[in-house]
Structures are given as structure tokens and as C-alpha cells.
Design a protein around this ligand. Structure first.
Ligand SMILES: [Zn+2]
Ligand SMILES: [Zn+2]
Length: 250
């Protein structure tokens, strides 16, 4: 009788020991052992900048000190983007770059789950009342080579963490654009102009959509996608990205 009662507990304990032994939680960035899953170790955590309030009410650019409710940064005051509101989880710099590239090129698709949960938490203001998540698309030739679209992976992970449904193929890339890597802001904007379209038969009229991307640098891609969604009648366009570049001095 005693044996029957304790056996399941013993098995459970053994099972957990086996799981812990085989898969100790690893730092997402460097792979060193950590206490919790989906976590960074102390030194990676300290190196990566997570955005936190106070920040620009429109684009989420962090402010060095509180500026009051609804305050916007200089860029947003000069020209309001085509999207309504943007937020990002972390600063895109040499420390976070590795993490972002692991998702993009390293086939580390399990990372998407952790990033999606971070984005869902950081993007509360952008996601509030949203109907659809729209990942920024890759051109099919690039998708063919890479086999997955990192933005779609992130969108699915955000949905998995309690976010709205994903409209994975609603936005399409009509032409293959050269890599934005070495281009300045104006060239980037020219590069992506007219590159995106809404897939025929899909409608965002009257809907609240949130664009999902891995990195926001000059914002040219998000701006172009937001214009397409606006022209198609979207009521609200949010932008939620994993990492955002911040210019020195802003
Ligand atoms: Zn680490
Ligand atoms: Zn701003």
C-alpha cells in the first residue's frame, strides 16, 4: 500500500531529475547555465539594454527623465509616422545584435518563443485592442533560402503568449529589395517604396493591426508597410519590434 502511494511521487522526482540533468536552463545569449528557462545570465543581462518608461508616447524612444503624460520625442513632433504607436523590447547594439542574428540566421527558432513573450509584455500599449498581428514579409526568394520568416515566428510567439491572431501572409513583398544594411535613411526609404502590398482578397478595413518585425533601424520598412495598411483602410496601425536602433544623441 505504502509502495503504491509513493511510487508516482518517486517517479515524478526521477523524471524531473532526468529533465534537469539533460536540459539545464541555458542563457539565451551565451549558453551558460541559468536558474530559469528563457532567461539571460547576469553578464548578458547587464550588457543588453531593455527599454523602459519614461518614453515617447508615439515611438517609445526612452527619455532620460520623465517628460509628462503623452510627451513625444523630437522626431515624432516634427513628423508623425504613418503608424500610430511603436514599442520595442531592447536596444539594437553590438550586445543585442548577436541575439537577434541567432534568431535570423542560426535556425534558433526556439528563441522566438522567449522573444515573443518579451514582446507581448513590452508591447501592452501597442497590442491593446488589436485585431491582427501582421509580420513584415520577406520576399519569397529569401524565404526559400532561409526557410522561415523571423518576423512571422515572432508574431506566432506573441499570439502564443496571449496576443491577437496572426495574419501571416496578408502583407506581401512585391519585389526583392537590396539589403538595407549599408544604406542611409533616405536611400532606405527609396529602397522600400512600393515594395509591399496587401494580398488580394484580404481586407484590413476598419481593423486594428500591429506590424511585427525583428529590428527597426531607420523605420523605413515599418513606415512603408504602415502606409499600405492605412491606404487599405486600417483603423489603427501599431508597430512592435524586438530590437530598435537608437541614434547616438537621440
Ligand atoms: Zn549569458
Ligand atoms: Zn518618438
Amino acid at each position: 500500500m505504502q509502495l503504491v502511494a509513493t511510487l508516482p511521487t518517486a517517479l515524478r522526482r526521477l523524471g524531473r531529475a532526468v529533465v534537469d540533468g539533460v536540459l539545464p536552463p541555458r542563457c539565451l545569449a551565451c549558453g551558460s547555465t541559468v536558474d530559469n528557462v528563457d532567461a539571460l545570465c547576469g553578464s548578458c543581462w547587464a550588457a543588453i539594454t531593455f527599454f523602459a518608461p519614461p518614453c515617447c508616447a508615439v515611438c517609445g524612444l526612452p527619455f532620460p527623465h520623465p517628460m509628462g503624460e503623452g510627451a513625444v520625442c523630437g522626431d515624432c513632433a516634427r513628423q508623425h509616422p504613418s503608424w500610430d504607436r511603436a514599442r520595442s523590447v531592447l536596444r539594437y547594439d553590438k550586445h543585442s545584435r548577436r541575439l537577434v542574428l541567432m534568431l535570423k540566421h542560426g535556425d534558433q527558432t526556439h528563441l522566438a518563443g522567449a522573444f515573443g513573450r518579451w514582446m507581448q509584455r513590452a508591447g501592452g500599449e501597442v497590442l491593446a485592442g488589436a485585431d491582427l498581428l501582421v509580420p513584415v514579409p520577406l520576399h519569397w526568394t529569401r524565404l526559400f533560402v532561409r526557410r522561415f520568416n523571423q518576423s512571422a515566428l515572432l508574431a506566432r510567439a506573441i499570439h502564443g503568449a496571449g496576443g491577437p491572431p496572426v495574419a501571416a501572409d496578408w502583407l506581401v513583398r512585391r519585389r526583392r529589395t537590396p539589403s538595407q544594411g549599408t544604406l542611409g535613411p533616405l536611400a532606405r526609404a527609396r529602397n522600400v517604396r512600393g515594395a509591399f502590398a496587401l494580398r488580394p482578397g484580404r481586407s484590413v478595413k476598419g481593423r486594428r493591426v500591429v506590424l511585427i518585425d525583428d529590428v527597426l533601424t531607420t523605420g523605413a520598412t515599418a513606415e512603408e508597410c504602415a502606409r499600405v495598411l492605412r491606404r487599405a483602410g486600417a483603423d489603427y496601425v501599431g508597430v512592435l519590434v524586438l530590437a530598435r536602433a537608437v541614434r547616438v544623441g537621440s
